[in-house]
Design a protein around this ligand. Structure first.
Ligand code: TYD
Length: 134
């Protein structure tokens, strides 16, 4: 089944009295080949991140620690997701405008990405994003 924007991916975990261990593998819970991993942390209270879309990139966002909110806009859709569980990942495909906000103190956002970094893949102006969508 094709993974869609906003799908929540359940990350396999091994839980025992010593704690929890989650793992991610290409072609297991991740619907693309992982080419890059980055993480966001130390976000000051009240700060927004994102504010762009990607032409080709697919990503999975995971709240490794703490919580934050992601708003996604594509087509006529505008949806909000509260991420606060390291066992769940939010899938975002190409051509989705995203904004990240409401970062709790100590929040860590892990991102799995389908491509290496390329500034050319970004659309950073909302007006241009809307014209690309038409
Ligand atoms: P950006 O994707 O705009 O961050 P966010 O969406 O969280 O607000 O990236 C911020 C800066 O970091 C920008 O100058 C591009 C750079 N960057 C890299 O050099 N490599 C990367 O893998 C990423 C994700 C960003």
């Amino acid at each position: 089944m094709k993974t869609e924007n906003g799908d929540i991916i359940q990350i396999p975990s091994i839980d025992d009295r010593r704690g929890s261990l989650c793992f991610l593998e290409n072609n297991l819970s991740v619907p693309f080949k992982i080419k890059r991993i980055y993480y966001i942390f130390n976000v000051p209270s009240g700060t927004n991140r994102g504010g762009h879309a990607h032409k080709k990139l697919q990503q999975i966002f995971i709240a490794l620690s703490g919580s934050f909110t992601i708003n996604l806009k594509w087509g006529k859709q505008s949806k909000q997701y509260q991420l606060n569980n390291p066992k769940k990942g939010l899938y975002i495909g190409p051509m989705v405008w995203r904004k990240l906000y409401n970062f709790s103190s100590g929040a860590v956002c892990l991102v799995l990405a389908s491509e290496k970094f390329s500034e050319k893949d970004y659309i950073r102006k909302y007006k241009i994003f809307k014209t690309h969508e038409c």
